[in-house]
Write a protein that binds this ligand. Sequence first.
Ligand code: GLN
Length: 544
Amino acid sequence: MKVIVVSGGVISGLGKGITTSSLGRLLKARGIPVTILKIDPYLNVDAGTMNPYQHGEVFVLDDGTEADLDLGNYERFLGQSLSGTHNLTTGKIYRAVIEKERRGDYLGNTVQIIPHVTGEIKRTIREVCQAAGADVILVEVGGTVGDIESMPFLEALRELSYELGEGHMAFVHTTLVPVVGPVGEAKTKPTQHSVRELRAIGIRPNLIIARGPTPLTADIKAKISLFCDVRPEAVISVPDQPVIYEVPLVLEAQGVGSILTRLLGLPERQPDFTAWKEFLANYRAAERTIEVAVVGKYTELRDAYLSHSEAFHHVQGHLGVEIRLQWYDSEDIPRNPALLGRLERSDAILVPGGFGARGVEGKIRSIAIARTKGIPYLGVCYGFQMAAVEFARNVLELPQANTTEVDSACPDPVVCLLEEQKGVNALGGTMRLGAQRVVLSPGSRVAEIYGKTEIWERHRHRYEINPEYLERFRKAGLVVTGRSVDGRVEVFEASDHPFFLGVQFHPEFLSRPESPHPLYLAFVRAALARKEVAHPVGAPSAVA
Ligand code: GLN
């Protein structure tokens, strides 16, 4: 087993997850089997109960784990699906240790952070690497070096490097090199301090990834090398990129791939980035532009909808069309008529997943605009359920239609609690979660988009479309075209609309740069087709 540890210094939010994913990609491009483990040093068992405002999107894995959003980056960069064991939290480790203690596994010993908690951490790392059949495991340590929370993890990794011996482990430290003052001077002091902090706990970094707004000069690299005891060629500059998928190439250009293979005694092969480079060339070459409105309630923090943004990046790299996302706070919509006007001019509208009553009326208004104005609409999870509410209210003329999530006593519950959810009180890990099989109706638009009638998609919900209303929906033009094996409504589409599609699942979690999700592709194509009719390329109106 070879291990690459990625730690972070100075501040959080430096793109450690992207760095880790990109390092994984460098090895994968060399044909080396690799996997990634994320350590989140918080006491939550998983990210499922965490507010997207604080922590960004909850990423759902095939096995139903509600994981940190970095798992999404790993899957996208590696093109591999991961399981819940790849997201380790303090909550999980402590739970395992306490369960062992209760069983009596420690045979009367005093149970301590060292060696019991650190031992559990090391055991998990080995297990995850082995189960993945990987030669190299990348371990990203969440938080910032110096935090109390991450201490046991860093200690465990230090112990592991001692146990594995020379040439088996590499430490990569990601830091910030801020640029300050009137002449834009790059400052190395924060990096020096955080490396000192790392060395105080017995870890000497092999590689420093310096983040910042601009590339580092040779002088600054030399200074970091000298003060931090890292070879000059191992000080890597990663300035902000227009799109994150550039990062593997930025690292490769500075020799990171061969530095790592040398450090770990891995075979040095020529990396293959053909498809990756094609994707980026296409992405950069985009000439035409479309505007997609995303209507949600966490729009202030873009990370809350990260997988949706990424899915659109993937489509951009595939179709060579620039996709500008316009974020609408659904709470503002009903009280701001100007927003409704802007929304009407967008090329497509997406309502993503969500929970609770706040902001739902704005979502419903947006869906009504998409439906009545023929604007392509994609409703994901809550956006799918809200489309049912909108249709019931405005087409079936059931003005009080709602989901029981918002109004438990409403007379027309077109969306209601899943049978098995009745009586479930705990919030953690109790939704209908993970990959489920969906059967699509032959001849439907959705089956045509996927090019097949059986798909697997990831889920995260408690409520579902109430089957009692389906016949009325169908007669009025909203047709169910996808169901789970046990008969739940998974997809519907409006028959007399250029593109009006709702899905109970989360297609955004499965989109990857090298294989964009078919639903996002079709959605953007529909937006392009509509724009083309309104403003044909070359027509005077397109110029104006
Ligand atoms: N709140 C809805 C439900 O629980 C939708 C969930 C979601 O959008 N992820 O069913």
